[in-house]
Design a protein around this ligand. Structure first.
Ligand code: SAM
Ligand code: TMP
Ligand code: ZN
Length: 416
């Protein structure tokens, strides 16, 4: 499944935002579904696709050239649990409080969340007695949300389901989505749905990994089947305008390796904040949407891959034990692009029951519960969940006290 970063014949495609021409700048090879943790019997049957990344020459949106059908990714067994990290639970509680103290302050407010997963954010909204509806197509996580008393619809949010919601519940003051908008190639349907659903002065708030952080940190593992778009303020503003909205606020967030929370309102209803102007100016000054910047990023990706595989091969030759920590969707890109399998990494530990006792997509590294980590500790732990480094290293302090060391590859390959 390995392939070179820069192909001889870069592909072109059609922009999912503006129908402009998308030009490839990175080839991450043939990849499996990033969240499809398999049983041994499934080896040889996995779905694969070409993970190619390009940029639209018209609106600058960075996007994948090949689209994986949504039903393959967000099926009943989708294993990601938003509540799996204490830091993320706190983040979403703060987010809910910000919404309750801000755009949901009026009488009988109504909020719709796109991709509510196990209800990590709507839990606080529901406890405050505020009307809400979570859209969640993945069955198991939708049931977890319902079990905690959240009103959830087990369906994809799109133009038709949004219009039904408007007819049934009336206008929404806020439509919110975390780590979900970037998963959705059919943006026209989404923004039509938001337009149908939002109150005249309502806001659409979404947060996703930020292209600026991805380039700065060479975090190419933020690119996988589910992450169809890599947003910047410039490309989100272009997308908003294309569908009759304005980008009226932005806020950088430290979670998941660096994100931006974007606020959209109907065109002309709200003045864009100073933060929008500042981030757009910063992106211009650093040339974030220049193809040359993206090509430099692609060259850095090759360097990180070569450094990581060289380190893992050396440790193996020295007879050291290496295990990985966090069976993230991101790590599918790392293992499959870099060629890291059970020969280099013994197993991955992960706290998610739905991933445990299965094999990682494509490279088939066994996934074990966190208790396996200390039984006995390995010499090195490759931190796939680097975005949760603080939380994991705090919980696993005994590993270093026992002489172990962490391997990181964001922004550079290093041992700490
Ligand atoms: N919001 C949570 C968070 O930030 O942790 C969940 C993020 S998870 C990476 C993306 C979620 O979006 C998945 O649970 C998936 O099933 C859901 N999803 C994908 N497409 C969707 C759509 N069109 N409407 C609603 N949810 C969708
Ligand atoms: P994410 O980076 O997409 O949020 O995925 C993080 C993965 O790491 C998820 O499968 C849960 C796992 N994890 C642990 O195993 N232990 C932890 O302490 C944390 C925070 C995450
Ligand atoms: Zn475009």
């Amino acid at each position: 499944m390995q392939a070179p970063t820069e192909t001889d014949q870069p592909r072109t495609g059609t922009c999912r935002v503006c129908a402009g021409q998308v030009v490839q700048f990175l080839d991450l090879g043939r990849q499996p579904l990033s969240d499809h943790f398999i049983e041994p019997a499934e080896i040889g049957t996995e779905f694969t696709y070409d993970l190619l990344v390009g940029q639209c020459r018209s609106c600058t949106m960075v996007q994948l050239l090949e689209e994986v059908p949504r039903e393959r990714m967000f099926a009943d067994a989708y294993p990601y649990r938003s509540s799996g990290s204490a830091v993320m639970r706190e983040h979403f509680e703060r987010t809910a409080r910000d919404l309750l103290d801000g755009p949901l302050r009026g009488p009988d407010p109504f909020v719709v969340e796109v991709g509510c997963n196990d209800g990590v954010m709507l839990g606080t909204i529901s406890a405050a007695g505020v009307r809400h509806l979570g859209f969640e197509p993945s069955g198991q996580v939708a049931r977890l949300a319902a079990e905690r008393g959240i009103t959830v619809r087990n369906a994809f949010f799109e133009a038709a389901t949004a219009a039904e919601t408007r007819a049934q519940h009336g206008p929404a003051d806020v439509v919110y989505a975390a780590n979900t908008m970037c998963h959705i190639p059919y943006v026209e349907s989404i923004l039509k749905g938001v337009d149908a659903l939002l109150a005249p002065d309502g806001v659409f708030v979404f947060e996703d990994p930020y292209l600026g952080d991805i380039v700065d940190k060479t975090s190419f593992d933020q690119i996988y089947d589910e992450h169809f778009f890599l947003f910047s303020a410039g490309s989100v503003r272009a997308m908003a305008r294309h569908f009759g909205f304005d980008l009226v606020d932005v806020r950088r967030l430290p979670v998941h390796g660096g994100e931006v929370r974007y606020t959209l309102a109907r065109a002309g209803v709200r003045e864009p904040s100073a933060a929008v102007r500042d981030l757009l100016a910063e992106e211009d000054a650093r040339g974030l949407s220049d193809l040359a910047t993206l090509r430099r990023f692609a060259a850095n990706v090759t360097r990180v891959r070569d450094d990581l595989t060289a380190l893992l091969r050396r440790l193996r030759a020295e007879g050291k034990r290496v295990v990985a920590y966090g069976a993230t969707a991101k790590s599918a890109t790392v293992t499959n692009f870099c060629g890291v399998g059970p020969d280099l990494v013994e197993f991955v530990c992960d706290s998610t029951p739905a991933k445990q006792h299965r094999l990682t997509p494509g490279r088939h590294i066994p996934v074990r519960p966190p208790e396996a980590f200390a039984a006995p500790y390995p010499d090195y732990a490759l931190l796939f969940a680097w975005n949760h480094a603080e939380e994991i290293m705090r919980n696993e302090q005994a590993f270093r006290q026992a002489g172990g060391a962490w391997i990181l590859y964001v922004p550079d390959v290093r041992v700490v």
